[in-house]
Design a protein around this ligand. Structure first.
Ligand code: SAH
Length: 274
């Protein structure tokens, strides 16, 4: 990704830590003081190496959130906004990105940059994942199609925000490993398939949102057809040798299509026989 700004630490007052603050309090109400002491004591005894590592990732994830926010401000004139939806940022703050990269790259998992995932493919930069997700305007009842499962990270972020995610990957090994990973991590609203995504997934169409994570010279007509009226598609358009633009495609309630170039980007190429 070309826009690899490294932002300084900056946290807006958004309630991104809401989840952790909620923990515990309802259970403690009405308990005897002995029980409370026990509750406080047990975690101290069991704080282990694993816990310390988990806390380290939590901190790294918070730094990643700050880096994304800095990039949003740096690109505000392209994306026409100064911040992403709080829900999108909460999803970014929830998904364990380190579980989507190889073990030896885990220390870099939360850096605001793409990383290799094997087979010449990459997991996108966190800012780009957040931007594409935000552009889709995901809603809890939405059904979203992704082309290019890769590591499964983008699908996991979406699954935190919408009702169901369908994701297609063309490289069999990546498709298998991401499917295994997503199920081990408990993402049970994601359905995956190994195929050429150019023709979409007609059995589950139409979709409220479609997200394409590989660059293609044109917007595939089958995907436009499988987009619901009122739906949005986010897709990097361009080839390896041209400037690619992250493009927002909107289908209005009459079925008319409008497209808007958002930002110059660099994505791996869309492959297959189209
Ligand atoms: N969304 C992924 C990013 C993966 S990179 C993630 O979060 O990790 C883009 C992916 O698109 C690659 O895995 C590549 O194999 C896949 N891809 C490329 N052309 C495709 C096609 N025609 N159909 C389905 N997947 C495709």
């Amino acid at each position: 990704m070309v826009l690899a700004y490294r932002g300084s630490l900056y946290l807006r007052g958004v309630q991104l830590r809401g989840r952790s603050e909620k923990r515990g309090s309802p259970f403690i109400d009405g308990m005897s003081s002995k029980r409370i002491i026990a509750l406080v004591f047990i975690p101290l005894v069991f704080i282990s190496g694993g816990q310390a590592v988990a806390n380290e990732y939590l901190q790294q994830r918070q730094r990643m959130i700050a880096d994304i926010e800095a990039d949003v401000r740096a690109t505000a004139r392209y994306i026409n906004k100064k911040s992403f939806s709080v829900h999108v940022m909460q999803a970014m703050d929830t998904v364990p990105r380190h579980k989507f990269v190889r073990k030896r790259l885990r220390s870099m998992a939360y850096e605001n940059r793409p990383l290799p995932i094997g087979y010449g493919q990459t997991i996108s930069q966190p800012y780009i994942v957040a931007l594409m997700t935000d552009l889709l305007q995901p809603q809890p009842e939405h059904r979203v199609l992704e082309i290019g499962t890769g590591s499964g990270y983008q699908a996991a972020v979406l699954s935190e925000l919408v009702g169901h995610v369908y994701s297609i990957e063309i490289i069999e090994e990546l498709g298998k490993s991401s499917t295994r990973r997503l199920s081990q991590l408990g993402y049970n609203n994601i359905e995956t398939r190994i195929a050429d995504g150019y023709t979409g997934w007609s059995e589950h169409a139409p979709f409220d949102g479609i997200i394409v994570t590989a660059a293609i010279s044109h917007i595939p007509p089958p995907l436009v057809q499988q987009l619901k009226r009122g739906g949005r598609m986010v897709i990097p358009v361009g080839t390896r040798f041209q400037t690619q633009y992250l493009t927002l495609v909107e289908k209005d309630m009459q079925g008319a299509i409008t497209t808007r170039q958002i930002l110059p980007v660099v994505f791996v190429p869309f492959t297959g026989g189209h």
